[in-house]
Design a protein around this ligand. Structure first.
Ligand code: BGC
Length: 769
């Protein structure tokens, strides 16, 4: 605590301390003028600034609308994320916003999650690295970031009340690591806790998450604020580590804090810790604001950046017969209302008022001569917007016009997507399908035009029942205000696509990992798939996805060769260096995302087939080759062992794969890892013989005792028939291995007394000499 903070604290009354713990209104903290403590401004959000100053929810100030997080995730490009973060940070600083409420780094547990468009990935490493880069960008502008929503907040259905029931290992391996990486790499100024309870305890009151893990284990130095309205027991929140309740609540809970201290239910010293950390944030934010040299920002440059990012996010999912890029010589039928009126962001608190908008049509049409390119809407956007049923006759006429245009052209470009009402904060999607009329339109176009490319505008995976019939499929996400221009660049080949899916696209909803447990029963959602989320599930169950995690094609080809390890045997304390060469063997310059996966070949527990442990995006001119270097260390081989509360590495063979997607692995090698620090769970009377024998200090005495007991049992039957003897041996061996030690006296009719158990247990506790 600095001198200044100590002094302020000493002068504050109890009521003043409590007042700092909740907002003044929706977007500001409280000021204490008599002590010159200012209030600071907070604003959404994850892909652009949403400042509500006057007006309400839909009247935020104009800001650059960048592609939403699922598109940002598909870039796999940390440098770009840093640039986006700095641009948004700069716009925030210009509006005197001191904390930006983003990024969202929750894991996409189900493709139905209503806010998936606001999150990066189904993979924690990718989410963490991109989130950290974004945060470093924001904070480089003297504006704090606020990663959210901490944690296990993976659905909208009952988002304020449903308890995420998730086992410790799954929490540690899937739902916490993105936040952990971010805290360790980027020290965000703030963190937003989730609305939901985690294992029955509200995230806003969860001491285990907010204090023990976030602060004590990871060393988080910032403050935790509540999601808007996530607070219930405010005094418990202070104990747990929730600094700021947002929004203000007209101070109702300030009084709760005061009373809790006065009645001795909350220690004032604990309140002081919380308040001093809040003061540290406020002082830091004020100092950053007053030292900001230049807060002007260039609208055109930010728009240009939004376009670059959008172009890099686009995933070329299918390109049969090289139907893409389009050639302007061919007559083209552009079909789909979204081509002129793009959907480029999702609904809810992240919705930005853009500075300008681009549509695909105007950027495509300029490449064709009059009459060589046509546009037909094919479906009715107004109906989606107003929730109205389209008259059947009008619908059929629109489809017929589109089909006629497709028939008269050499190729068709059909732009489909999810309407606003399908994808927004506070409601999950009900299914994976595009609107029925869009699928019907496409089927009819396909019946007359075999050269058809589909472009998709959506923030999360959709089902594509027609995927074998279209030659090209382009996933353009919710591409932000410049998305239309970016899409045209990719379709025309001016930008070589380099996006890779940061989430699996399944063939059908029933294939998804959380299918049986989403969105849960009543107030409880069981994370029954455990660590098998996203590709970890499809791999393990050998389910073919529609498009796998990490997939995305290019207009060029990349070749991988010469994977070299610094050693083929390492200890779990070593860092492994590895390198490989990647070359562009096609004829166009392009970028490849080289993905590194690790798989544990000999594990005593169920582990994913492989897990992403590194990635690099590399630019290569046609014919160029580059050497890439990666490092792997202990955590990359580890799983979380909740029986001992630690990350563990087991000795054995691991495979290392380098690939262009999770299902397109190009190079594989083996590595022996020797564990030096394995922690064995303590052997107790409830442990089985197998566990005793697995323990290094129990192995020899355990095996000896096991053999004696087994032979004693077999001898007691007096059986001489070798076949029967063999069968009894197998039978009793299996029983004995699984037998908890405390059962031995009864099982051996007293031949193995209780006192012997004590000897066995003592052996496992005696330090080796
Ligand atoms: C959302 C947050 C958002 C906050 C402020 C909440 O409803 O869950 O993500 O930052 O509102 O708009």
């Amino acid at each position: 605590m600095t001198e200044k903070i100590k002094q302020l604290l000493a002068q504050m009354t109890l009521a003043e301390k409590a007042s700092l713990c909740s907002g003044e209104n929706d977007w500001q903290t409280k000021a204490i003028p008599r002590l010159d403590i200012p209030s600071i401004w907070l604003s959404d959000g994850p892909h652009g600034l949403r400042v509500e100053r006057t007006g309400g929810f839909y009247q935020s100030l104009a800001a650059t609308c960048f592609p939403t997080a699922s598109a940002l995730g598909a870039t796999w490009n940390e440098d770009l994320l840093h640039k986006v973060g700095s641009a948004i940070g700069r716009e925030a600083a210009a509006q005197e916003v001191q904390v930006l409420l983003g990024p969202g780094v929750n894991i996409k547990r189900s493709p139905l999650g209503g806010r998936n468009f606001e999150y990066y990935s189904e993979d924690p490493l990718l989410s963490g690295r991109l989130g950290a880069a974004f945060i470093q960008g924001v904070q480089s502008q003297g504006v704090g970031a606020c990663p959210k929503h901490f944690t296990a907040n993976n659905q909208e259905r009952r988002r304020m009340s449903v308890s995420s029931e998730v086992d410790e290992r799954t929490l540690r391996e899937i739902y916490l690591p993105a936040f952990e990486y971010i805290v360790r790499a980027a020290q965000p100024w703030t963190m937003m806790c989730a609305y939901n309870p985690v294992n029955g305890v509200l995230a806003s009151e969860n001491e285990y998450l907010l204090h023990r893990i976030l602060k004590e284990e990871w060393g988080f130095e910032g403050i935790v604020m509540s999601d808007w309205g996530a607070v219930h027991d405010r005094a418990q929140g202070i104990v747990a580590g929730l600094h700021l309740e947002m929004p203000g609540n007209t101070g109702i809970n300030d009084q709760v804090i005061v009373e809790a201290v006065e009645e001795g239910r909350l220690e004032e010293a604990r309140l002081d810790e919380i308040v001093s950390e809040l003061l540290a944030l406020i002082l830091k934010a004020e100092a950053a604001k007053s030292s900001a040299v230049d807060t002007n920002w260039d609208r055109a440059a930010h728009h240009q950046l939004a376009q670059q990012v959008s172009a890099e996010s686009i995933c070329l999912l299918k390109n049969e017969e090289e139907i893409l890029p389009l050639t302007a010589g061919n007559k083209l039928a552009v079909i789909g209302a979204f081509a002129k009126q793009a959907r480029y962001q999702g609904g809810g608190s992240s919705k930005v008022s853009p500075t300008q908008e681009e549509n695909l049509w105007e950027h495509l049409a300029k490449h064709w001569e009059d009459g060589q390119i046509t546009f037909t809407p094919g479906y009715d956007l107004a109906a989606y917007h107003h929730g109205a049923e389209v008259e059947e006759e009008k619908r059929q006429t629109q489809i017929a016009e589109a089909v006629a245009s497709a028939k008269a052209a050499d190729q068709a470009l059909v732009v489909l997507g999810l309407p606003d009402s399908y994808e927004l904060e506070s409601a999950d999607r009900k299914h994976l399908d595009l609107p029925v009329d869009q699928n019907e339109l496409l089927w009819q176009v396909l019946a007359v035009q075999s050269n058809t490319v589909v472009v998709l505008l959506n923030g999360s995976a959709v089902r594509m029942p027609w995927h074998t019939r279209t030659k090209g499929i382009v996933e353009a996400w919710l591409g932000g205000q410049a998305g239309g221009a970016a899409l045209a660049q990719v379709l025309m080949g001016e930008v070589n696509p380099s996006g890779k899916l940061a989430e699996t696209f399944p063939l059908q909803l029933a294939d998804t990992p959380s299918f049986l447990n989403f969105p849960g029963d009543g107030q409880r959602v069981l994370y029954g798939e455990g660590v098998f989320v996203g590709y970890r599930y499809y791999d393990k169950k050998k389910i073919a996805p529609l498009f796998p995690f990490g997939h995305g094609l290019s207009y060029t080809e990349f070749t991988y060769r010469n994977l070299t390890l610094s050693s083929n045997t390492i200890s779990d304390q070593d860092t492994l260096e590895l390198s490989l060469q990647v070359s562009n063997t096609g004829s166009k310059a392009g970028q490849e995302v080289v993905q590194l996966y690790v798989s544990d070949q000999e594990s005593s527990l169920a582990r994913p087939e492989k897990e992403l442990r590194g990635f690099q995006k590399v630019y290569l001119e046609a014919g160029e080759e580059k050497t890439l270097h990666f490092q792997l260390s202990r955590r990359d081989f580890a799983y979380y062992d909740s029986s001992v509360g630690a990350w563990q590495v087991e000795s054995g063979i691991f495979e290392i794969h380098l690939g262009s997607s999770s299902r397109d692995l190009r190079l594989t090698t083996e590595l022996l890892v020797e564990a030096t620090a394995f922690i064995y769970p303590p052997v107790t009377a409830y442990s089985t013989f197998e566990e005793l024998i697995a323990h290094p200090r129990g192995a020899s005495i355990g095996q000896e005792t096991f053999d004696t007991i087994l032979e004693g049992i077999l001898a007691s039957f007096g059986q001489e028939d070798p076949a029967k003897l063999r069968e009894s041996r197998v039978f009793f061996e299996a029983i004995l291995y699984d037998l908890p030690l405390y059962k031995l006296p009864a099982f051996t009719a007293g031949r193995f007394p209780k006192s012997q158990i004590e000897i066995l247990l003592a052996a496992t506790k005696t330090p080796e000499t």
